[in-house]
Design a protein around this ligand. Sequence first.
Ligand code: FAD
Ligand code: SF4
Length: 510
Amino acid sequence: MKTLRLILGDQLNHSHSWFRSDDADTLYFIAEMRQETDYVRHHIQKVVAFFEAMQAFAEWLQARGKQVIHYRLDHPDNTQKLGTNIANLVHSHGIQKFEYQQPDEYRLDQQLQQLADDLSIESEAFDSEHFLTGRDELARFFDGKKSLLMESFYRHMRRQHNVLMDGDAPTGGEWNYDKSNRKKWKGEPAIPHERGFRKDVRETLQRIEQAGVQTFGQIDALHFSWPTTREDCLKVLRHFCTHLLVHFGDFQDAMDPDETYLFHSRLSFAMNCKLLHPREVIDAVIAHWQQNKDTISINEVEGFVRQILGWREYMRGVYWREMPGYARCNRLQNHNSLPDFYWTADTRMNCLHQAIKNSLEHAYAHHIQRLMITGNFALLTQVHPDQVDAWYLGIYIDAIEWVEITNTRGMSQFADGGLVATKPYISSGSYINKMSNYCQDCHYNVKEKTGEDACPFNSLYWNFLAEKREYFNENPRMAMMLSLLDKMDSEELADLKKRARQIIHAPDTF
Ligand code: FAD
Ligand code: SF4
């Protein structure tokens, strides 16, 4: 019996039970394909990182004596499409059974189900053995409930997996320490920078360029710093525990033009391609905290655990509950185009300039930049969620649809009408000024609302509330802002709206 097992680029799970099974008659298949490089325009670092990680994984399997076929983009038998590649291998190698791990993306899930139906041989889908929840666990948890409150799901996960629990009570007495996690970073404490690997990825880059794959963004191919092997990922995890966890929570929402990563972990790519297991990350962080309780407070640890045990699993559950309809939702009826400066960082608005420059240089921005700078501006200028999605899906190293679309359409753009976020994440310039030092070097004045020099976020914020208020009339969390809007002098509001319209019509001139 000869079996063909497919391993997708985000299924690089070293501890999968497949690799412990008796697989002498098994052929593993890993492939770089234009189908995956071209479905959206990706940042060059993202394509390089996936190809490097796949190559290292194929080598790891071969070193364990497995039979592996690894197609690079330029392999003569590579048809660049999953379906025909598999069908050809089945034919040429006399394969009798096709096996795959359930993909995390709806698009690939549909494609593989269809492929399995079309093949004339037996096929079987396996769990990817990565997540802490099954695809439909969130849907079952919220069955019959009106809203999908992340906090209640998170508490359920804490109890179910016995994470940060003292018996039935949350460790430290509180479930959530978010209120302690809103400090502005003012150059102190110092941030120990990573000194780990700096890889030479020129060969992979050359292959991508020679194939003519259309990418964007920058890369330093001699000093590539994203972790693409299991060892590299463990190094990044250790660095986080030892040096960054101590202030993760405190400065989780802070922003600084000179500090790309602040105290964030940079672990999303490692987890999303499954080189690290979420439980292993959570356990490492908690173990480190337990040994260093005198220096690391609970708010740092809880804040981090919530992102992985809470938000990450929650987003996966929302994705499988809502797809495929989620990819079309546009509840606020936004139809404008994404400004060109999202692709160039060429804007005088310093917060946007810095966050986009960062993203183009590193294929990374931390959460609050994604949510409260680029996401905030796109929502306030009422950009169509399709365009916002395509940008986020392309630009970030960790962008895979199940976690990108739920964060973008849901949390950031409110396109699902409030399924994920209980209110839209919008702000005027004052929030940005409170959490960052962008405004002090900006062309615009954060204190002004109208006039040539006024911070664009200020007029856009009030204009958004005025134009979209019908969607929020019933939302208690918006009541205070809407009542302030109602009390506003009509001339002042007219001026704000006029300025906002100028920005919305020509964002690239600001
Ligand atoms: P840290 O701040 O160190 O957090 C630790 C881990 O928690 C992350 O690695 C990630 O696995 C998890 N996490 C944190 N926040 C979230 C969240 N909201 N949802 C799911 N997991 C979370 N994350 C992605 O992995 N892929 C995406 O494509 C993606 N797109 C986003 C788009 C928008 C508009 C927003 C607002 C957020 C998006 N996020 C996405 C969530 C979050 O911004 C990133 O996970 C995080 O910035 C990755 O950097 P880090 O590893 O340093 O995270
Ligand atoms: Fe951004 Fe406004 Fe501050 Fe400039 S003044 S950095 S546009 S928030």
